[in-house]
Design a protein. Structure first.
Length: 543
């Protein structure tokens, strides 16, 4: 049978007039704005043009569509944002860090409908800025709102548990979680809203003050939310700035006034940022970094299900997920059958514009990405691999047709580096020890997926992998959700754990009030509590 050729995108180079009216969006009303000290300011200095991965062809050849502009702020504005966040924190004595949990929750609850009011424009910008399909963009938005609600519920629960006194060895104590200080928050381009907010929201609700720098791609979509932040929280609590990282982030870190770095990106940049802090031991880092999640396909795997999960796992959002499957190890005895079924399934994936119904493969937002992916594949080919899906790896402007590359040898870069794009490297194995060694030697330690049925083999693999990665998926692709599950990694993959409740811990520290048990101290505590003299030492709680 002739292998199916990779489906060609139907409409990669539309003329402007062909864009359906319902997906058009203008960022003009929001452009060049930033938020410092409770004021939305409009920048009149240098700007950065923001281009969509979507190329339009109005007769002069395909060109990335210019979506809008954002401010390229300078060190001066960056330090103003830092001053505003420090003033709002006021060494822990500011209005926000000393606010009651009930008040902080009320502010966040007020933020939710304001956020929902701009859903349509944010969803459209997600499609246009990073090429996310319409259903995925909607899911990203709605999942983020759900995350905020779940965070509120988790904090209520934590607070209910903390609203009591413990008595140990004659000491009365009340233990609560308190904020850490000023948080610098930077999310990634692939989940620019969700992953930014899964650190921003817990940091905020725990009483910290924030400087947020949106990612380079997926940046305009944060602008329609500025009013909601300005109106929902005291001034200076959330500051949002745009610009070149070296210009605006370096001086903020070098000031030594940042207490927490929440960063999702590469380990190289995370190390650079951390090293710039003059007192690194005072900087708590919450990091989500690279991954090279392998799938292990055992001889007794249910091939139909495995193919389905591996296609989703390796190519959802063009493989641009930290949880994507980034190398498939297939047992040599089933390699031919698996590869045939897998490449046929890949060939059927519809490619096109992010708003087109059913589309699953879209143009890539990062500058020069298709060319870099090609260089990885070329090197793997020079080392004995080939692209097994006809049409795989073809480049059309910003679109890179998914390439299934086999057999990828251990001396090829593709075997080790995170491609973060639509390449599926496949390597055969004979003994599971080879895969265990791969994971042990890898720089990364996020997740793996195991496909098979035999309890003895699966059990052996689980025990060999569980201390190398942080999530083992049985007969399923890798993924972050449900968001209440811990999301973390070892080695160069992460620092700290995120989940709805873990994130509340990551952005806070336990503080307690303690007193020797005596009638006098008991009376003082009773008077503070009944007279509502403290927002920390209280038995108030929220249902
Ligand atoms: O890129 C990392 C994302 O948090 C992964 O989330 O597994 O739900 O796509 P996901």
């Amino acid at each position: 049978m002739k292998p199916t050729t990779q489906q060609k995108p139907t409409s990669l180079f539309l003329a402007h007039a062909e864009i359906p009216p319902e997906v058009r969006v203008s960022s003009e009303p929001y452009e060049m704005r930033y938020l410092i000290d409770g004021q939305i300011r409009t920048w009149t200095g240098p700007a950065q043009d923001i281009y969509s991965p979507v190329c339009l062809d109005d007769g002069q050849g395909p060109k990335r569509y210019k979506l809008g502009r954002c401010a390229l702020l300078t060190e001066k504005e960056a330090l103003e944002a830092l001053d505003a966040a420090c003033r709002a924190y006021a060494d822990g004595r500011g209005e926000w860090p000393t606010a009651s949990v009930a008040h902080r929750i009320a502010c966040l609850q007020a933020f939710i409908p304001r956020m929902q009011a701009v859903r349509s424009v944010v969803v459209k910008l997600l499609m246009w800025e990073i090429g996310k399909t319409l259903p995925d963009a909607e899911k990203e938005f709605d999942r983020t709102v759900d995350y905020i609600r779940a965070t509120i519920d988790a904090l209520k629960e934590t607070d209910r548990a903390a609203s009591k006194f413990a008595i140990e060895q004659g000491i009365i104590g009340q233990v609560r979680r308190s904020p850490l200080g000023v948080v610098l928050c930077m999310g990634p381009f692939n989940y620019p809203l969700n992953e930014t907010y899964t650190t921003l929201i817990p940091a905020l609700i725990m009483g910290n003050t924030l400087i947020v720098k949106p990612p380079k791609y997926g940046t305009l979509l944060h602008l329609p939310l500025l009013e909601a932040f300005r109106d929902s929280f005291p001034k200076g609590v959330v500051n949002m700035i745009w610009g070149d990282g070296k210009t605006i982030i370096t001086p903020i870190i070098k000031s030594g006034r940042i207490n927490v770095l929440a960063f999702i990106g590469t380990s190289k940049v995370a190390d650079l940022l951390r090293q710039q802090h003059p007192i690194p031991h005072r900087l708590r880092c919450v990091l989500g970094l690279e991954a090279k999640n392998p799938a292990v396909i055992l001889p007794d795997a249910d091939l139909d299900m495995t193919v389905r999960e591996c296609v989703l796992g390796s190519l959802s959002y063009n493989g641009q997920r930290c949880t994507a499957l980034k190398i498939l190890f297939v047992h040599r005895s089933v390699a031919d059958r698996f590869l045939k079924a897998f490449s046929e399934a890949v060939a059927k994936l519809p490619a096109g514009m992010p708003w087109e119904p059913g589309v699953q493969l879209t143009p890539l937002p990062e500058d020069g990405k298709p060319e870099w992916l090609k260089s990885l594949v070329d090197e793997a080919i020079a080392k004995g691999a080939r692209i097994i899906n006809p049409g795989g790896g073809e480049i059309q402007g910003t679109y890179y047709a998914p390439a299934v590359v086999y057999p990828v040898r251990s001396d090829a870069q593709l075997y080790h580096v995170e491609q973060f794009g639509p390449i599926v490297p496949v390597a055969p194995f004979d003994d599971v020890e080879e895969v265990l060694d791969y994971v042990a030697k890898s720089n990364y330690g996020a997740q793996v997926s195991l496909f098979g049925q035999d309890p003895a083999t699966l059990g052996r693999l689980i025990d060999g992998l569980v201390n190398q990665v942080c999530r083992i998926n049985l007969n399923a692709q890798c993924q972050r959700g449900p968001d209440t599950f811990p999301f973390t990694g070892r080695k160069d993959s992460a620092e700290g754990t995120l989940s709805v409740s873990d994130a509340l811990r990551a952005f806070s520290i336990r503080s307690l009030v303690a007193a020797k048990q005596s009638p006098g101290n008991e009376q003082i505590i009773r008077d503070i509590v009944t007279g509502r003299r403290s927002k920390f030492l209280t038995t108030d709680f929220i249902f």
